[in-house]
Ligand binder design. Structure first.
Ligand code: HBI
Ligand code: FE
Length: 306
């Protein structure tokens, strides 16, 4: 999946930032970037009025959900047969590649959830599993959330998840995060204590970051939590959610499916990171880490420097 981050970057310049003291200071509805209800020409659902209605119906449920204040559970969505079919198809394809392409921690935590193709999990259930395992919780959100809110919420062990399903015409592609990306990409590893702490570190660092530092943290997030890779005994494995939730990108990572092999580089959080490339196909370079504790100590060192 690819984000429309150009607008996000423009937004960094306008932002007046108040340091949130708790998750209650972060809105899940005020700063949605990306697509509005009308979508855009290049969105696969652009010409599908039914789809747009469905997407904004589910998005509005999230906007109404005032979380935690009243402790109300995440709204339940009754998914249609077509939505479940899309989920099942993605799950099937990915579970074929994961044993060879996903890191061991992901394969282990994935088991906790018993995902099956004929049922799209509900976010409330997943949130409860995370809460028990690592104290993380899920908060529903109507679309691509501004990186500042998105990262700040991670300081409070809260992960914002979209709840709508991508358009069925291209089940293997989505230009924006959808529930399949959130569940198959992000949720399993948030049940791993070490990984969950590492993600929170980025969130904590983001609370007091300047605009410049926030942009750098967004890149750090992008090159680790979204597209990170890790060395394992039998080769390079994915831990980034953008990889783990994309059949094409996973293949590309190991075999350069589209004809060009990606580059693997060491991650140095103190160095300028490359511009995030989210428009033209797969990533050209991935950052390769030794293991999660290596990522955590690098991020800790960077966070301390802020
Ligand atoms: N919003 N809903 C949602 N889901 C994401 O995965 C997400 C987001 N906003 C920003 C974001 N991811 C990041 O990739 C960075 O821009 C921080
Ligand atoms: Fe993501």
């Amino acid at each position: 999946y690819r984000f429309i981050v150009t607008t996000q970057l423009a937004d960094f310049n306008k932002q007046v930032h108040k340091i949130p003291q708790s998750i209650h200071d972060i809105s899940n509805g005020d700063h949605i970037l990306g697509f509005g209800v009308e979508l855009a020409e290049h969105h696969p659902g652009f010409h599908d009025e039914e789809y747009k209605k469905r997407r904004s119906y589910i998005g509005n449920l999230a906007k109404l959900h005032k979380i935690l204040f009243s402790g109300e559970p995440i709204p339940h969505v009754e998914y249609s047969d077509e939505e479940i079919k899309i989920w099942g198809e993605i799950l099937g394809k990915l579970t074929y590649l994961h044993p060879t392409h996903a890191c061991k921690r992901y394969l282990d935590t994935f088991q906790l959830f018993n995902f099956v193709p004929d049922r799209l999990p509900c976010l409330q259930e997943l949130s409860e599993v995370l809460m028990m395992r690592t104290g993380w919780q899920i908060r529903p959100v109507a679309g691509l959330l501004h990186p500042t809110d998105f990262l700040n919420a991670m300081a409070f062990r809260t992960f914002h998840c979209t709840q709508y399903v991508r358009h069925g015409s291209q089940p293997m592609y989505t230009p924006e995060p959808d529930i399949c990306h959130e569940i198959l990409g992000h949720i399993p590893l948030l049940a791993d204590p070490e990984f969950a702490n590492l993600v929170q570190l980025i969130g904590l660092a983001s609370l007091r970051a300047s605009k410049q530092e926030m942009l750098h943290l967004t890149k750090l997030y992008w090159y680790t939590v979204e597209f990170g890779t890790v060395k394992e005994r039998d080769g390079v494995k994915a831990f980034g959610a953008g990889l783990l939730s994309s059949f094409g990108e996973l293949q590309h990572m190991l075999s350069g499916e589209d004809g060009s092999m990606p580059i693997f580089e060491d991650l140095d959080p103190f160095k300028k990171l490359p511009k995030m490339d989210h428009k033209c196909g797969f990533q050209k370079r991935y950052f390769l880490c030794e293991n999660f504790s290596d990522v955590a100590s690098k991020l800790t060192a960077y966070a301390k420097s802020l």
